[in-house]
Design a protein around this ligand. Structure first.
Ligand SMILES: *[C@@H]1O[C@H](CO)[C@@H](O)[C@H](O)[C@H]1NC(C)=O
Ligand SMILES: *[C@@H]1O[C@H](CO)[C@@H](O)[C@H](O)[C@H]1NC(C)=O
Ligand SMILES: *[C@@H]1O[C@H](CO)[C@@H](O)[C@H](O)[C@H]1NC(C)=O
Length: 829
C-alpha cells in the first residue's frame, strides 16, 4: 500500500492502538496488579478473622441469654428453656423480652451505714445522732423547703405512710404502690429486671415510725420463676430547711464528706415546694444522679425519680382532699424488645473505614498512570504522532472505568462469598449504583489531580495520603458530626462535597443498615429506604452525580490546557471546533503582514532574501517544497508579572524536497518552540507554516500521517518493548494488519533491534544508544515524508549513528546541508 494513500487514523483506530498499549502496560505492572487484587482480599480476610475472634468472645455463656434444662412434661428428659428468668444481669441484654415484667417504682434509699447523721461537717442539729448506726436504726432523710413552711410541713407529714397489720403482701405490686417502697441497690440502664429484686438486699417500706419485727417476705415471679425478697421497714424523716440554697449546701456537704474516712451523709431526696398553695402545686426535686453502679454517664438514677414524684404528688392530693384519695403509680415497665445474639457484624462496624480505603485505593493507581505519561512526556509524543485528545480521553476513561469495575466486582463478590453482612444484606442494586457513580467520580478526580502533578512520586504519595486521610477523617470527624444530631445537617452536606467523605458517608449508611438488619433479622438498605430522612445515601448519590457532571468537563478542559504544554487557551477554546476552518490553500499575505514589511526592511539581507523566496513560493504554490514557514511567530503572553516572551520572532524559510535542513542555536533560541508548532503541539501566534502544502493550523491530522517526529529526549514506556512501541505508533499512523507487522519488522531490523530478541525486551532495560535507536525507529515508522528531529547536543552523536545504522542517512546525506545563517540572524538579533 502506498503510504501517502493512507488517510489519518480514525477515532476507532487510535482507540484500538491506545487500548492495546494500555493492556500491555497493565500486564507489565505486576506490583500494581498484585496490590489491586491483594488489598481487598487481605482486608476482607482480616475482617473475617476479627469477626470470628470477637464472636467467639461474645458468644460465651456469660453473655448469652440464660437457659436451663427443665423437665416440663415429667418424662425424665429435660428440655432447654431460655429466657429472661434464667438470666443474670449480663445475660439479660441478649434475651428476647416480648412482654417485659412490671416492677414497683422504688425510691432510692441510702444504705444504712451512709444515711445522714449529725456530724462535725453538718451543722444541722435535727439530724439523728450517729449512735443510730450501731443500733441499725438510722432513719433515711428527706430535706425540704418552700415559701410556706406550714404548707410544706403538712405536705411532708403525708409523705410516708404507715402500714397496717392487715396488709396483703401476696399482691405485692398493688400493695407497694400504695406505700412508699425503696431500695438501696443502684439502678441499671434498663428496667427489664429491677436490680433491687435480685440483688439479695431487702426492699424498704418507708414509714414515719418503724414498728418492731416488721420484716416480711414477699414472693414475686419473673415469668415462670418464683423468688423471694425481704421487705423491711425504714424510717423516713423529713427535715425543713430555710431555703433552697441551704438544702443544696447540706446535700453537697454530705457528698463532700465521702472523701474523708467517714461515711458519706446521704439523703433519699430533697423537695422544694416553691410557692405551692391550695390552688397550685409547684415542685423541685433533687435526686442523686451519682447514685448508680455504672461508669456510664447516663443519669440512670432517674429511674428512681418516679416514686419520689409520686410520693410528693400524693402528699399534696391528700393535703387537699384527705387521706382517702391517692394517685397510684402501680408499676413501671420497659418496652418490649426482640432477642439479640451477641455476635455483631464486624464488617458493619469497621466497614465504612476499611472499605473507604479499599474503594479509594484505585485513585493513586489511576493517578500514577496518568502522571507517568505526563512525567515521561509520553502524552506529548503521542500527540506528536497524531493521537487526538478525544480518543485519548475516551479510551483512558473507559479503560480506568473497566479496571475499577473489575476491581469492585471482585471485591463485592469476594465480600459476599465470605459472608460479610455489609454486602449480603444491602440491596445489590443500590450498591451497584453507588459504586458506579463513585468510580466515575473518582476517575474524573484522578484526571483533575493529574493536571497538578508532574512527578509520579509526588502524585503517588499525595494520592495515598488522600486515601488514608479521607478514611480516617471520615471515621473520626465526619462520623462524629453525623452522629451528633445537634450538628447542622447543612454542614455535613458541605463536607460531603469532598469525594472521600461522600464515599465514607455512603459506606457508613450501608454499614448502619447492615448492622441494624443483622441485629433485627431484617434486610439492610432497600430502595424505599432512600426516602428515609435519616438516610444520607440519597444526598450522597445526588452530590456525587452533580459533582461528576460538573467536574467531567473541567477535568477534560484542564487536561487539554496542561497537555498543550501549559499554553493557556481561552476558556471557550472548544468552540473552535465549531468554527469554519479557514481554507487550506495558500493565501496572499494579509494587510497586516504587509504592514510588518516596513519593519522587515531593516533585516539582514540573507533573511530578507529567504523571506522573499517564501513569499514568491506562496504565490506560486510550488510543490517542490515540503516545508514552507511563512513569517511564523510565537509569543507567550504576559504571565505572573513576566513580560511577553517572543519565542519565535517571525521565521520564514522554505525547505525543498530531499533537503536536510538543520537549525542550530543556543538554549532558548526557539528551536523547540518552532518544532512544537510544526508538530501541532502549540499553535502559532501569527503566521503559519505549510507541510507538503497543508496548513499546520488546520490540517495537522493529515500532516501527522506523513510526518515522523523524534523528540529531544527518549520518551518511552519503561515497561513496553521496542516492538510494542512500534506497533502502537504504527497503529496511530493508521498502519494495519500485514502492513503494520511488516513495517514494525523492518523498522526493528533497520535500527538493529531485531536480532537476538532485543526488540522484545522492555525499553527500561535498554542502554542509552538502544533507546535512541528506538526513538529514531519510532520517528521513521510508517515511511513519513517529513522527519523532524529535535536533537540536543548530547544526543546528537547517538542520533546520527542511529540514522546511519538505519541506512537512512546514506541516501540523503549527500544532499544535506545545513543552513544556519537564517536562523542565527533571525533569532539572535
Ligand atoms: C401557708 O399555708 C397555710 C396552709 O395552707 C395557709 O393557711 C397559710 O395562709 C399560708 N401562709 C401564707 C403566708 O401564704
Ligand atoms: C449520692 O450518691 C453518692 C454515691 O453513692 C454518694 O457518695 C453521695 O454522698 C450521695 N449524695 C447524697 C446527697 O446523698
Ligand atoms: C456495684 O457493683 C459491684 C459489682 O458489680 C458490687 O460489688 C458493688 O457492691 C456494687 N455497689 C453498690 C453500691 O451496690
Amino acid at each position: 500500500m502506498e503510504p501517502s494513500s493512507r488517510g489519518p487514523a480514525g477515532f476507532l483506530t487510535q482507540a484500538n492502538a491506545l487500548l492495546r498499549k494500555n493492556l500491555t502496560f497493565q500486564k507489565r505492572n505486576l506490583k500494581t496488579n498484585i496490590g489491586i487484587i491483594g488489598f481487598p482480599v487481605v482486608i476482607c480476610v482480616l475482617l473475617v478473622i476479627l469477626q470470628n475472634v470477637v464472636n467467639h468472645q461474645l458468644d460465651k455463656a456469660k453473655y448469652r441469654c440464660g437457659c436451663v434444662c427443665i423437665d416440663t412434661n415429667g418424662d425424665g428428659n429435660c428440655e432447654t428453656v431460655c429466657g429472661l428468668q434464667y438470666s443474670t444481669l449480663d445475660q439479660v441484654g441478649s434475651c428476647p423480652i416480648p412482654s417485659p415484667p412490671k416492677w414497683p417504682a422504688l425510691l432510692q434509699v441510702p444504705r444504712l451505714e451512709s444515711r445522714a447523721v449529725r456530724s462535725g461537717f453538718v451543722s444541722s442539729t435535727d439530724l439523728p445522732d450517729a449512735s443510730c448506726k450501731d443500733s441499725k436504726s438510722c432513719p433515711a432523710t428527706v430535706l425540704f423547703t418552700g415559701r410556706n413552711q406550714t404548707l410544706a410541713e403538712s405536705l411532708t407529714g403525708n409523705l410516708f405512710k404507715s402500714t397496717s397489720s392487715s396488709m396483703d403482701f401476696s399482691d405485692y405490686l398493688n400493695l407497694l404502690s400504695s406505700l412508699v417502697p425503696g431500695s438501696d441497690t443502684p439502678t441499671r440502664d434498663t428496667q427489664f429486671i429491677e436490680p433491687a429484686f435480685i440483688s439479695g438486699r431487702p426492699l424498704y417500706v418507708l414509714q414515719p415510725q418503724c414498728t418492731a419485727n416488721f420484716t416480711r417476705s414477699v414472693s414475686f415471679e419473673i415469668s415462670n420463676r418464683t423468688l423471694e425478697i425481704e421487705v423491711e421497714c425504714a424510717q423516713g424523716l423529713s427535715l425543713w430547711r430555710d431555703s433552697s440554697s441551704a438544702v443544696n449546701d447540706e446535700l453537697f456537704k454530705g457528698y463532700r464528706q465521702g472523701n474523708t474516712q467517714r461515711k458519706t451523709n446521704e439523703y433519699i431526696a430533697a423537695y422544694d415546694f416553691l410557692n405551692s398553695d391550695e390552688n397550685g402545686f409547684n415542685l423541685n426535686i433533687w435526686y442523686n444522679s451519682t447514685y448508680n453502679n455504672d461508669t456510664g454517664y447516663v443519669p440512670i438514677a432517674l429511674l428512681r425519680v418516679p416514686r419520689s414524684l409520686n410520693a410528693a404528688s400524693n402528699a399534696y392530693l391528700q393535703f387537699l382532699r384527705g387521706t382517702g384519695v391517692m394517685i397510684r403509680l402501680e408499676y413501671v415497665k420497659d418496652m418490649p424488645k426482640s432477642g439479640t445474639d451477641n455476635r455483631f457484624d464486624f464488617s458493619s462496624i469497621l466497614g465504612a473505614l476499611f472499605f473507604t480505603w479499599i474503594v479509594n485505593l484505585l485513585l493513586p493507581v489511576i493517578l500514577n498512570y496518568l502522571v507517568y505519561e505526563k512525567q515521561q512526556k509520553l502524552k506529548v509524543i503521542m500527540k506528536m504522532h497524531g493521537l487526538k485528545d478525544a480518543p485519548y480521553w475516551v479510551i483512558s476513561y473507559a479503560y480506568f472505568f473497566s479496571l475499577s469495575a473489575v476491581y469492585m466486582i471482585c471485591f463485592v463478590i469476594f465480600g459476599s462469598v465470605i459472608g460479610l453482612k455489609f454486602f449480603t444484606l444491602n440491596d445489590y442494586g443500590i450498591q451497584f449504583v453507588f459504586y458506579a457513580i463513585y468510580l466515575n467520580l473518582q476517575i474524573v478526580i484522578a484526571f483533575l489531580m493529574a493536571v497538578f502533578f508532574s512527578s509520579v512520586k509526588t502524585a503517588t504519595v499525595i494520592g495515598y495520603i488522600y486515601v488514608f486521610a479521607s478514611g480516617l477523617l471520615g471515621q473520626f470527624l465526619l462520623r462524629f458530626f453525623m452522629e451528633d444530631s445537634s450538628f447542622p445537617r447543612g454542614w455535613i452536606i458541605v463536607m460531603e462535597i469532598v469525594p472521600g467523605f461522600s464515599l465514607y458517608r455512603g459506606l457508613y449508611e450501608f454499614a448502619q443498615y447492615a448492622f441494624m438488619g443483622d441485629n433485627m433479622r431484617t434486610s439492610g438498605m432497600r430502595w424505599k429506604d432512600l426516602s428515609d430522612s435519616q438516610n444520607g445515601m440519597r444526598n450522597v448519590l445526588i452530590i456525587m452525580t452533580v459533582e461528576w457532571l460538573v467536574l467531567l468537563p473541567a477535568a477534560y478542559y484542564l487536561g487539554q490546557v496542561a497537555s498543550s504544554g501549559g499554553i493557556r487557551r481561552g476558556p471557550l477554546f472548544f468552540l473552535q471546533y465549531f468554527q469554519k476552518k479557514p481554507s487550506a490553500s495558500f493565501r496572499k499575505p494579509s494587510l497586516k503582514q504587509q504592514e510588518s514589511k516596513v519593519f522587515v526592511e531593516m533585516e539582514r539581507p540573507d533573511v530578507r532574501q529567504e523571506r522573499e523566496v517564501v513569499e514568491q513560493l506562496l504565490l506560486e504554490q510550488s510543490p517542490n517544497y515540503v516545508v514552507i514557514s511563512d513569517n511564523i511567530k510565537k509569543v507567550y503572553p504576559r504571565r505572573d508579572g513576566n513580560p511577553e516572551k517572543f519565542a519565535v520572532r517571525g521565521l520564514s524559510l522554505a525547505v525543498p524536497h530531499g533537503e536536510c535542513f538543520g537549525m542550530l542555536g543556543p538554549n532558548g533560541a526557539g528551536k523547540t518552540s518552532f518544532i512544537n508548532m510544526m508538530t501541532g503541539l502549540t499553535t502559532p501566534t501569527s503566521g503559519t507554516a505549510y507541510v507538503r502544502g497543508l496548513d499546520i493550523r488546520t490540517d495537522m491530522d493529515e500532516i501527522y500521517t506523513s510526518m515522523g517526529v523524534c523528540p529531544q529526549h527518549d520518551l518511552l514506556w519503561e515497561t513496553l518493548t521496542a516492538r510494542e512501541h512500534l506497533l502502537f505508533y504504527g497503529r496511530l499512523k493508521n498502519l494495519k494488519g500485514a502492513a503494520l507487522m511488516q513495517a514494525v519488522e523492518e523498522s526493528l531490523k533497520s535500527v538493529n533491534l531485531f536480532y537476538g530478541g532485543v526488540g522484545d525486551k522492555q525499553a527500561g532495560k535498554y542502554s542509552g544508544g538502544m533507546k535512541r535507536r528506538l526513538s529514531v525507529a519510532i520517528a521513521l515508522i510508517g515511511d513519513p515524508k517529513v522527519y523532524i528531529f529535535d536533537i540536543s547536543f548530547k544526543s546528537l552523536k547517538l542520533t546520527i549513528i542511529s540514522l546511519w545504522r538505519s541506512n537512512w542517512i546514506t541516501c540523503h546525506v549527500m544532499k544535506c546541508f545545513v543552513r544556519l545563517s537564517i536562523w542565527m540572524n533571525q533569532v539572535l538579533d
